[in-house]
Design a protein around this ligand. Structure first.
Ligand code: PRP
Ligand code: URA
Length: 220
C-alpha cells in the first residue's frame, strides 16, 4: 500500500514481534501494559529522529567532547484513556518531556469523539507535541485532538499510534497533512458502523487487538 509521505509505518522486527504478543487475546493486562510501553518507546525512537539539537561541550575524564543536546521542549499528549500507557515508554527516552492530557471517548453509536478533559495551559509551553494513542480507527479522536492542539497554538505535531486502520490514516492525513504519523502497523479494515440502536459497538480495527483501553486497564 502507498501512503502519503507524512505516514511512517515501522518495519522494525522488535515492533513486529511485540505487536504479535500484544494482539494475542490471551495476553493479560500486565503483559499488555508492558508491551504498550515498550512499543511506544520504539516508536518514540523512530518519531524523534528529526528533533533539533544544539551543540554543547562536555568534559570527559580525558578531554572535551563536542556533543549536543535537544533544543526543543517536547510535550506528550496522551489521549485518555488508552494513550496513557504509552507515556512511560516515551518518558524513558525523554524524562524531561511535559505531559498534557486530553480526554476523549468515542460515542458507541455515532463513533464521534466526545471531549471530557483538557487542562492545557493558556499558551503553548512546548515546541513539539507528540500525540499518543494506541489505536487510530476512524481517525475522529486523533483529528479532534490535533484540532485542539492547533487551536491552542501548537506548531509542530507528530502522531504516534500502535495500530491504524486505512480509514483513520486517510482521515488524519487529509485533515492534518502537516502532521507526521508514526505507526506500528496498518491493519485491514474497520468493522461496520452500527446498523440500528442496540447493535453491538462497531468501528473496531480488524484484526486489531480489541479495545486497547479495556485491555490495559482490565475493564473488558
Ligand atoms: C479508543 C482509542 C482511541 C479511539 C480511536 O478510545 O484509544 O482514542 O478509540 O477511535 P477513532 O479513531 O475511531 O476515534 P476509546 O474511545 O475506546 O476510549 P478509551 O481509551 O477511554 O477506552
Ligand atoms: N479503539 C480501540 O481500542 N480498538 C479499536 O479497534 C478501535 C478503537
Amino acid at each position: 500500500m502507498v501512503y502519503p509521505a507524512n505516514v511512517h509505518v515501522s518495519e522494525h522486527p522488535l515492533i513486529r514481534h511485540k505487536l504479535s504478543l500484544l494482539r494475542n487475546k490471551d495476553t493479560e493486562p500486565k503483559k499488555f501494559r508492558e508491551l504498550v510501553r515498550e512499543i511506544a518507546m520504539l516508536l518514540g525512537y523512530e518519531a524523534t529522529c528529526d528533533l533539533a539539537t544544539m551543540p554543547i561541550d562536555v568534559q570527559t575524564p580525558l578531554a572535551t567532547a563536542h556533543g549536543c543536546e535537544l533544543a526543543e521542549r517536547i510535550g506528550l499528549i496522551p489521549i485518555l484513556r488508552a494513550g496513557l500507557g504509552m507515556v512511560e515508554g516515551i518518558w524513558e527516552l525523554m524524562p524531561g518531556a511535559e505531559v498534557w492530557h486530553i480526554g476523549l471517548y468515542r460515542d458507541h453509536k455515532t463513533l464521534q469523539p466526545v471531549q471530557y478533559y483538557n487542562k492545557l495551559p493558556v499558551t503553548p509551553t512546548v515546541q513539539v507535541c507528540l500525540v499518543l494513542d494506541p489505536m487510530l480507527a476512524t481517525g475522529g479522536s486523533a483529528v479532534a485532538t490535533i484540532d485542539i492542539l492547533k487551536n491552542w497554538g501548537a506548531k509542530r505535531i507528530k502522531y504516534l499510534g500502535i495500530i491504524a486502520a486505512p480509514e483513520g490514516i486517510q482521515l488524519l492525513s487529509s485533515k492534518h497533512p502537516d502532521v507526521d504519523i508514526y505507526l506500528g502497523a496498518v491493519d485491514d479494515h474497520l468493522t461496520p458502523l452500527p446498523m440500528k440502536p442496540g447493535d453491538p459497538p462497531q468501528g473496531y480495527i480488524v484484526p486489531g487487538l480489541g479495545d486497547a483501553g479495556d485491555r490495559q486497564f482490565g475493564t473488558a
